[in-house]
Design a protein around this ligand. Sequence first.
Ligand SMILES: *[C@@H]1O[C@H](CO)[C@@H](O)[C@H](O)[C@H]1NC(C)=O
Length: 180
Amino acid sequence: MAAGNHHFLFLVSQLVIIPLLFQHYSFAATQLVNQVCQDTQDSDFCVRTLSADQRSGNADLRGLARIALELSSAQAKGTQDQIQTLLSRQPGPDFKSVLDHCTINYAGSVYALQQGLQSLDANNYSTANEMAQVGWENGNDCERVNSGSVKDVSLTGSNQIMVKLCDISRVVTAKLETGK
Ligand SMILES: *[C@@H]1O[C@H](CO)[C@@H](O)[C@H](O)[C@H]1NC(C)=O
C-alpha cells in the first residue's frame, strides 16, 4: 500500500515536471503564442508550456485554447488524485480540513474544465471562458486554505501549476470570445 502510494506520487510529480523538462527541446514559440502569453500571469511559464506541445506550431487561437484546457484538465485530475492520496494517509485534523476543502475545489475544477472543453468543441467561447475561470478560482481558493497553518509544499506545487494553466486557458478563451 505504502509502496503503491509512493509510486503514485512519483507519477504525479512526473506530471508536474514534464512541462519543465520539455523546455530543453522546445520548439520556437510562435508569434501567436508569444502574443497570447503576454497577457497571462506568468508569461515565461505560458510560452514554455504551450511551445512544448507540438500542436502549438501551427495552432490558431482555438487550437491554443484546446491545448491549454487539456493541460489544465489533466493537471486538475492529477492534483485531485494527489489530494485523495494525501487524505488516505490519515492526516492530522488541520491538514485534513485543508484537504477536505481542496477536495471540493477540485471536484469543481475537474468538472468545469471538462465542460470548458465541451463548450470549446461547441464553439461556445463565453462558456469555455467561464469554465476556465471557475477552474482558476477553485485553484486559488485551495491555495488560500493551504497557505494557512499547514502549507503542504507538494500540494502547493501541483496547485500552482493548475492555477497557471487555468490562467492561460481563461486568457486564450477570452480572446476567442472577444475576437481579439
Ligand atoms: C453556451 O452554453 C451555455 C451553457 O450551456 C448556454 O446557456 C448558452 O446558451 C450557450 N451559448 C450559445 C451561443 O450556444
